[in-house]
Design a protein around this ligand. Structure first.
Ligand code: GLY
Length: 352
């Protein structure tokens, strides 16, 4: 049976997140396939597009290097050649890279057309497909060019997780732990109770429906309250400040989720150092991350100074101060500005 999470937005832009089996989700596509459309997938997710009944996708190579201006321009060109107009639809069938890229192309094609997100990775299901952040990478950094462009619907088929490589599923779980530790203590305790099941070779459909739904509910509530990230949406960046830095320095050999797990560990250590949480609480987060199979240490080869340089360019920063999202208890976070970077560097140094 389909489950529904609503994302309430101003100006009649509300949309639905539908979670359920492919055969039922296909009915939700009908209002969109009545218009002209283009489907974007990668070589790993073209099968998911076909399963949803979406013919002739534009198929891109998988991986972060696909997410650039050239690919967005190519998609706009293809949309024009296929005769798409302002009433047309882009379908993004894939993980975070395809969702961000196709979402960005939809945001700029004819100054904005509808996009429907069909996430195929756990990370995209619980995070990137919801909330309208679209972007491409530029040589100076990840997601540095983009637009807020909300989807018209998000269709999530947890059965796509059955064929997702386990490392990718584990990566997605980092964002799920983030929701619990930063924003919902009961959800965190639920994840602790089910840590072993989350990494079982074959994902339990009921368990994953539950965690995807709760993650989407939390995200929908935050996005509805602060669509353009001027306030509480920053909380969703918990773990991402150190995380983005180590992801970039690793040249993306660390997955986004792995980097976020390291980033959450560093942020919790920093919060302990500032007297905001107890060492026991930081340890509790680290234990769950480890039990799920996520890394909690910065690779020894990464210089702390380089990590700090990248953190200093973070999009949340203001007037030279690094803005960190730090826990102040289980299920609670706050933004804290650091003008003096010594403590940030000390944590990067210690977490080896
Ligand atoms: N991934 C964080 C956000 O969408 O705000």
């Amino acid at each position: 049976m389909l489950k529904n999470v609503k994302v309430p937005l101003s100006g009649g832009r509300n949309y639905d997140i539908w979670i359920g089996p492919v055969r039922e989700l296909k009915e939700k596509l009908v209002p969109f396939t009545a218009s002209t459309f283009i489907t974007v997938a990668d070589t790993n997710t073209a099968g998911a597009a076909a399963a949803m009944g979406l013919p002739e996708p534009v198929i891109l190579p998988p991986g972060e290097s696909t997410k650039d201006f050239a690919a967005a321009a190519m998609l706009c060109g293809e949309a024009a050649r296929r005769g798409l107009d302002r009433h047309s639809v882009f379908f993004a069938a894939g993980g975070g890279v395809i969702g961000d890229l196709a979402g960005f192309a939809a945001a700029i094609y004819m100054r904005g057309v509808r996009v429907v997100q069909i996430p195929t990775s756990l990370l995209a299901m619980v995070d990137s497909s919801v909330g309208g952040k679209t972007a491409v990478d530029i040589p100076e950094g990840k997601n540095l060019a983009g637009a807020f462009h909300q989807p018209s619907a998000v269709l999530i088929a947890p059965e796509f997780l059955q064929t997702l490589p386990i490392r990718e599923r584990i990566g997605g779980l980092a964002e799920v732990v983030k929701y619990g530790f930063a924003l919902d203590q009961d959800f965190f305790a639920f994840l602790e109770d089910h840590a072993g099941d989350l990494t079982a070779p074959s994902p339990d459909p009921e368990l994953f429906r539950t965690i995807i739904r709760r993650s989407c509910e939390i995200k929908a509530e935050i996005v509805a309250a602060d669509e353009h990230e001027s306030g509480i949406r920053k909380y969703l960046n918990y773990g991402h400040t150190y995380g983005h830095a180590v992801e970039l320095i690793s040249n993306f050999t660390l997955s986004h989720g792995e980097a976020v797990a390291i980033g959450m560990t560093a942020a919790a250590r920093l919060a302990v150092r500032c007297g905001r949480i107890s060492p026991q609480l930081a340890e509790r987060q680290e234990t769950l991350l480890r039990n799920i199979g996520l890394p909690c240490r910065i690779p020894k080869t990464m210089p702390s100074k380089r990590i700090l340089e990248i953190m200093a360019r973070d999009k949340k920063n203001e007037s030279g101060a690094v803005t960190m999202v730090l826990p102040s208890g289980l299920g609670r976070v706050e933004c804290v500005k650091f003008r003096d970077h010594a403590g940030l560097e000390a944590v990067a140094e210690e977490l080896r």
